[in-house]
Design a protein around this ligand. Structure first.
Ligand SMILES: *Cc1c(COP(=O)(O)O)cnc(C)c1O
Length: 426
C-alpha cells in the first residue's frame, strides 16, 4: 500500500490557507534520499550528484538539495539563473544542454560551470561563445538499442542526444589542442529505470569508453557522468531501487575496468532528478464534481496543466482519497481535470473509495517533472508549492499564479483592462 506523507488533517488545514490545487513537498524525505545516494557511492572519493533542475526548479527546494552536498545540473539560461541565485556556481554546476543557444554557453562559462557538450560541432561553437575550459564533459550516444540482459530498455539510435564514439574521440583531441586538460564522459540511455542493473550497465559502457578514449588520445579522463534515469515506484506493487546494491555493482565495474587501466582513478557524477524529488512531492486537489454518463467521472480542480505526465505519457500516478485510506476501493472512476482535452485524466478506471465533492485527493509521486512541466493551456493558472517541515509547519515556496501573471506578457499594450492586471482575483 502506498501511503501519502500528508494526512487528511494537514491537507485540510493547508486547504484553508491556500486554495487547492497545490503541491506539497517533504523536505526531510528529499534529504534522506540524497543521503542514501551519497552513502551508496561513498566508496568513490569525490562522488557528486548534480540535481537535474528541470525535475523541480524551485529555489527553496534547490537550497535544501545543495545543503546535502549536491550540485545543479542545468540546461537552459533560466535554470542557470536559478542555480546562480542560490549561490551554486563554478564546478558545482553541470551544464548538460543540447541544441544550445550562444548566450546560454556564454552565461554557463561566466559562472564557471562544467560544460557537457552534446555534439562535435559544439566544440567550435563553444570556442566562439564563451571559450574552452580546462575541464569539459562530452555526451556519448552508442546508437542502436540499449538492453539489459536481453530486454530492450531504450533506443539511443533514435535519440537526438550525444555523439558517436568516433566524433567524441575526435572532439577530445580537438579540445586538447584548444587547451582543455581534463575530460568527463556522459551518457543517458534510459529513463525511470527501476531495474537495478541500469547504472552498473551504463557505468560499464562508459568506463570502457573512457579507457579507449584515453588510449587513443592520451587525454586525462577525470570523471564519468552517469546522468539521470534512476526510477521510482509509481505503482504500489513496484519497489524502489536498492541504492546500496547499485553503488556496489558500479564499484565492481570500476574495479574491473578503471583500476587496472592507465586511468586508475576517476570520479563519478550523477544528474538524478526523478529519484531526488519525485516521491517527495504530492499534488493535492479537491473533488468538485461527480458526473455519471457511460462511466463515472470525478472532476477535480487540478488538471493536466498542473501535472502533465498522465496526459502526456499515460503515466500512472497513485491516488489516495485523504481521510478514506481505510475504506474499500469499490468504485471505478475516471479522475479528470477541466481541460478541453479528453486526455486530461489523472486516472482511468481506477478503483477508489466513494468520492463526494469536497474530498481532497493526494496525487502521489508528483515531485519531479510535475509542476515543472506545467503550462497555461485553456487559460489555466499554475498552482502554489508548499514545503512541509519536520515539525509539522508549512512554508509557501511558490505562490499560485493569478490572472495578472497570465496577462503579464501584454504589459506593452492596454488591451487587458487594468483591473485584471492586479494581483487579486476579482
Ligand atoms: C532529464 C535529465 C536528467 C534527469 O533525469 P531523471 O529521469 O529525472 O533522473 C539528467 N540529465 C539530463 C541531461 C536530462 O536531460
Amino acid at each position: 500500500m502506498k501511503k501519502s506523507f500528508i494526512d487528511a488533517q494537514t491537507a485540510r488545514r493547508l486547504s484553508c490557507k491556500y486554495p487547492t490545487p497545490f503541491y506539497v513537498y517533504d523536505g526531510q524525505g528529499i534529504r534522506n534520499g540524497i543521503r542514501a545516494l551519497n552513502e551508496a557511492f561513498s566508496w568513490c572519493g569525490d562522488f557528486k550528484e548534480y540535481f537535474a533542475v528541470k525535475a523541480c526548479p524551485n529555489p527553496f527546494l534547490m537550497k535544501i538539495i545543495a545543503e546535502e552536498g549536491c550540485g545543479m545540473d542545468c540546461s537552459s539560461y533560466c535554470e542557470l539563473i536559478l542555480s546562480d541565485s542560490i549561490g551554486v556556481r563554478g564546478d558545482r554546476i553541470m551544464f548538460s544542454s543540447n541544441d544550445t543557444p550562444a548566450e546560454d554557453f556564454e552565461y554557463a562559462r561566466k559562472l564557471g560551470a562544467i560544460i557537457n557538450l552534446d555534439d562535435e560541432t559544439h566544440v567550435a561553437f563553444l570556442a566562439e561563445h564563451g571559450g574552452i575550459p580546462e575541464e569539459i564533459c562530452l555526451r556519448y550516444n552508442p546508437g542502436g538499442d540499449f538492453s539489459i540482459s536481453g530486454s530492450i530498455m531504450g533506443n539511443p539510435g533514435d535519440a537526438k542526444y550525444g555523439m558517436t564514439e568516433e566524433q567524441l574521440t575526435r572532439s577530445v583531441s580537438a579540445l586538447m589542442k584548444m587547451g582543455a586538460k581534463r575530460f568527463g564522459i556522459h551518457s543517458f540511455l534510459a529513463s525511470n529505470m527501476t531495474e537495478p542493473e541500469y547504472y552498473p550497465t551504463l557505468a560499464g559502457i562508459l568506463f570502457e569508453l573512457a579507457v579507449r578514449v584515453n588510449e587513443k588520445t592520451g587525454a586525462e579522463i577525470s570523471f564519468v557522468n552517469l546522468s539521470g534515469g534512476i526510477g521510482i515506484p509509481y505503482r504500489p506493487e513496484e519497489t524502489a531501487p536498492d541504492l546500496s546494491y547499485i553503488g556496489r555493482r558500479v564499484k565492481e565495474k570500476y574495479d574491473a575496468v578503471i583500476v587496472p587501466s592507465r586511468i586508475k582513478k576517476l570520479s563519478i557524477k550523477t544528474e538524478l532528478g526523478r529519484y531526488i524529488t519525485g516521491p517527495h512531492g504530492i499534488l493535492v486537489t479537491k473533488a468538485i464534481h461527480v458526473k455519471h454518463i457511460y462511466k463515472e467521472y470525478i472532476g477535480v480542480d487540478a488538471c493536466a496543466a498542473n501535472l502533465m505526465r498522465p496526459a502526456m505519457y499515460g503515466a500512472y500516478h497513485h491516488i489516495t482519497v485523504l481521510g478514506k485510506e481505510n475504506e474499500a476501493c469499490d468504485r471505478k472512476y475516471d479522475v479528470t481535470g477541466g481541460l478541453c482535452e479528453n486526455n486530461d485524466k489523472f486516472a482511468v478506471d481506477r478503483m477508489l473509495p466513494e468520492i463526494v465533492p469536497g474530498d481532497l485527493l493526494a496525487i502521489h509521486d508528483a515531485g519531479a517533472h510535475g509542476y515543472s512541466m506545467g503550462y497555461n493551456y485553456n487559460g489555466k493558472l499554475r498552482c502554489a508549492e508548499i514545503l512541509l517541515k519536520p515539525d509539522g509547519s508549512d512554508e509557501l515556496i511558490r505562490r499560485a499564479e493569478t490572472p495578472a501573471d497570465y496577462f503579464a506578457t501584454f504589459d506593452f499594450c492596454d488591451i487587458i483592462k487594468p483591473e485584471f492586471s492586479e494581483r487579486e482575483r476579482l
